[in-house]
Write a protein that binds this ligand. Structure first.
Ligand SMILES: NC(=O)c1ccc[n+]([C@@H]2O[C@H](COP(=O)([O-])OP(=O)(O)OC[C@H]3O[C@@H](n4cnc5c(N)ncnc54)[C@H](O)[C@@H]3O)[C@@H](O)[C@H]2O)c1
Length: 383
């Protein structure tokens, strides 16, 4: 029988979620109930997605006995209280990020879900992207050595967010680190583990009481240094995100907030090259249903393996070539975005149906990244 989804908060992102379910979930799941306090949004959503039951009070959706999973996509300050009510009513929960404004709120949800044997997840879309799986393989198998540095440049758009938007209100969003930064902390936690120390600087828009730029530093195991910049400063068509990763023997550039291209410039051995072309490609191509990855490989220079020895930071290593690997997703980023969201929901449905014991991404992951976000916020110098 199809799993019934009930959605609370029918704004921009819920429309993307519902479209993903409509396109790819048919037969297995469907949005059967929806709730928003804004009646116009409720009507629009009902018409667009042909939802059977609509509510303007979340309590009514939560007590709808036909709803199996509650999807919460309201502004963040409501996430944990709504999730708690849903869990106490015996519903499984799909939480939009950050899931709470404080880590302790997530502890409570984790505990209730455990006691009641209910399944929960958080929507960290980058975890579902095949290009970040490639990064995970590089960080784990270390074909190019240790990570020395990562640097995020995230120029996001603010043109749909006037000063009165909830995003700028700390009591509703938790600020940029909590509302948005959690995505990237979770990604780095997954790739290389949590930081030992963090520091940050938050900067207000000139003449206004509104923090629109933040910059943070994190020091990780093996002394990997990660920096994060988020600026909500651009018009939507001009937003740009690049994540640079520097390993001992490779420079990697990941393009886009929903990446569709990764370029690697590496000093490589033939064994590392085989790994990148073979196992890594094979797993990346299977990772996200409906999304395929292509690879082009170009030799920039060739060396005699075993004879040409290089050194950096006092370490000596051999290489047979300097090679450029370019991994590309052909589908457009919106299709990739929806596929990532769909993967997150079907992962939760798998757990609900007993196909697996737990979704891949859990509220423990949510707690870890929220804790880092709160530390960044708490330690930040304010300008
Ligand atoms: N995972 C991702 O990639 C991603 C991307 C964008 C947004 N998000 C998250 O999704 C959530 C929503 O963001 P958005 O951009 O869609 O915001 P939005 O403002 O467009 O939508 C929020 C909706 O919640 C409704 N709402 C407010 N209070 C409510 C209540 N008490 N009960 C029911 N509905 C209520 C509002 O009327 C609105 O329709 C946020 O947590 C955001 O961080 C996640």
């Amino acid at each position: 029988m199809a799993v019934n989804l009930g959605m609370i908060g029918l704004g921009w992102f819920s429309n993307l979620i519902a479209r993903s379910v409509l396109e790819k979930g048919a037969g297995r799941m469907g949005v059967t109930a929806a709730c928003d306090v804004n009646l116009e949004k409720l009507r629009d959503f009902k018409d667009r997605f042909h939802v059977k039951k609509t509510y303007n009070n979340p309590d009514d959706l939560i007590s709808d006995e036909n709803v199996d999973i509650v999807i919460i996509a309201t502004p963040p300050y409501l996430h944990s209280s709504l999730a708690k009510k849903a869990l106490l009513a015996g519903k499984h929960v799909f939480l939009e990020k950050p899931g709470a404004l404080r880590p302790e709120e997530l502890d409570e949800l984790i505990e209730i879900a455990r006691e009641k044997n209910l399944k929960t997840t958080i929507d960290y879309v980058m975890r579902r992207n095949p290009l970040y799986l490639i990064m995970k393989k590089i960080c784990d198998a270390k074909p190019f050595g240790l990570l020395e540095r990562a640097d995020l440049e995230n120029y996001a758009h603010d043109d749909h967010m006037p000063p009165q938007h909830w995003f700028w209100d700390y009591s509703k969003s938790g600020g940029i680190w909590v509302e948005h930064g959690v995505h990237f902390f979770d990604l780095i936690n997954w790739l290389i583990g949590p930081p030992r120390e963090v520091k940050a600087v938050n900067v207000k828009r000139s003449g206004e009481n509104l923090t629109d730029r933040v910059m943070g530093f994190a020091l990780h195991e093996d002394d990997a240094l990660v920096t994060y910049y988020h600026g909500f400063t651009k018009p939507e068509p001009f937003e740009k995100t690049t994540f640079y990763f520097t390993f001992e023997r490779a420079y990697v550039e990941v393009y886009g907030w929903i990446p569709v291209r990764v370029v690697i410039d590496a000093l490589t051995t033939s064994e590392a090259e085989e790994f990148m072309k073979g196992q890594v490609m094979e797993e990346a191509r299977k990772f996200l249903p409906g999304i395929d990855v292509e690879l082009s490989v170009e030799k920039i220079a060739e060396y005699e393996e075993g004879c040409d020895v290089f050194s950096g930071r006092g370490k000596r290593f051999k290489a047979s070539s300097r090679t450029r690997f370019e991994y590309t997703i052909k589908q457009d980023r919106w299709e990739v975005y929806r596929a990532c969201v769909m993967r997150a929901i079907s992962d939760l449905v798998d757990a609900v149906e007993g196909v697996k014991t737990s979704p891949t991404v859990t509220l423990i992951d949510a707690r870890r990244s929220l804790e880092i976000a709160c530390k960044m916020e708490g330690q930040s110098l304010q300008y």
